[in-house]
Design a protein around this ligand. Structure first.
Ligand SMILES: NC(=O)c1ccc[n+]([C@@H]2O[C@H](COP(=O)([O-])OP(=O)(O)OC[C@H]3O[C@@H](n4cnc5c(N)ncnc54)[C@H](OP(=O)(O)O)[C@@H]3O)[C@@H](O)[C@H]2O)c1
Length: 331
């Protein structure tokens, strides 16, 4: 079995968690990291020793030993960092949100297609056993007809607050950072909404500090999605059907060893056990990418280009409805 050789672009919080979980994926090895600064690269290298410690993103993209690069920079950089890697013939796993808007996403996908390189959005939740179990229970008809999806995701950032959470130039605000998971869960269950509305309260920087999103479907289903940087919320998702309700408990987007299922009464729950591996949960998507690369695939069947485009187009519509604007939307 070919061992896939990974590089990580950016050395922040998520890069470190991803690097830690990469050690759990038997069929992969982290061989390189790229940072804007020598100091950050060296610090990362101390924690996660790599064969190649690059002091620029370009040097990482040019490394001929690297098979695939994980992009772990702020949202606004996903576009240019992905293009850099693709232009140097590297496959890419790019953090969520894939891009700032659908215009960027289309260009990224087109270039990957032209160059016949693998590209995938890192929607890690889609690979988690509890999420897969939820989809299986829905397919089995255990919920009956799904009438509503209710999701909340909120936390109050503690100092030092990362600039990327509130800076419009970095794609700040709740919708792109955490609300994206609410949107993803609703669309996983109900599909593309027929009607979208959204309202937000701005932070002092103009990006959304809180956002409430509503989806309506022709069959009468509704989704109510709330994200906030003002309060610590349960961060749970309820999938409500005519025959039962599933609750993905806190925090619904991370791997969980249980799902709550309410069949008859609202307060009578069955605990559905799910197998969960140690680690943060990034190893599942890593293994999938490794498999895709070994098979010579250029697109994932788990997170397809169509999935990514539908998600970013929906985020565009939500931002338009709520009045959330970024410098990268111009041009
Ligand atoms: N899937 C998940 O569970 C998950 C969780 C958290 C975050 N994320 C996503 O991952 C991305 C990064 O989030 P994070 O929390 O890891 O961010 P972070 O801790 O701020 O790290 C981002 C890294 O990007 C690089 N960078 C390049 N230009 C930058 C700039 N202008 N400002 C700040 N950093 C810059 C830096 O690395 P160098 O200095 O080494 O170049 C920095 O360490 C975001 O898009 C976020 O949505 C995903």
């Amino acid at each position: 079995m070919k061992i896939i050789r990974w590089g990580i672009l950016g050395t922040g919080r998520i890069a470190r968690k991803f690097a830690s979980d990469l050690q759990l994926a038997e069929d992969a090895i982290l061989i390189a990291v790229g940072s804007r600064s020598q100091q950050s690269a060296d610090e990362f290298n101390k924690e996660f020793p790599v064969q190649y410690c690059h002091y620029s993103y370009l040097a990482l993209a040019q490394n001929p030993e690297v098979d695939v690069i994980y992009i772990a920079t702020p949202h606004n950089l996903h576009y240019q960092n992905t293009l850099l890697c693709l232009q140097h013939n590297k496959s890419v796993l790019c953090e969520k949100p894939f891009a700032i808007n659908s215009r960027q996403a289309i260009e990224m996908i087109n270039i990957a297609k032209e160059k016949k390189l693998f590209l995938m959005e890192a929607l890690w939740t889609k690979f988690h056993p509890h999420y897969i179990k939820m989809q299986e229970m829905i397919r089995q008809g255990l919920l009956g007809e799904i009438k509503a999806v209710l999701v909340n995701f909120g936390f109050r950032p503690t100092p030092p607050v990362p600039a990327r959470l509130f800076d419009p130039a970095l794609g700040g605000g709740t919708v792109m950072d955490i609300g994206i998971y609410n949107v993803f869960i609703a669309m996983s269950v109900l599909g593309k909404p027929d009607y979208i509305d959204a309202i937000m309260t701005p932070a002092s920087t103009g990006v959304d500090e809180q956002c409430a999103i509503l989806f309506r479907y022709k069959n009468g289903a509704l989704a109510q999605l709330f994200s906030t940087f003002s309060s610590n919320l349960a961060t749970e998702a309820d999938i409500c059907g005519t025959e039962g309700r599933i609750r993905l408990t806190s925090r619904f987007y991370e791997p969980s060893s249980t799902i709550e299922f309410y069949k008859e009464k609202a307060d009578k729950k069955q605990i559905i056990p799910v197998t969960k591996e140690p680690g943060f949960g990034y190893q599942y998507e890593t293994r999938h990418v490794n498999d895709c690369l070994r098979q010579g695939l250029t697109e994932s069947n788990m997170v397809s280009f169509a999935d990514t485009l539908l998600l970013i187009e929906t985020l565009d519509k939500i931002r338009k409805a709520a009045g959330i604007h970024y410098p990268d939307d111009v041009g």
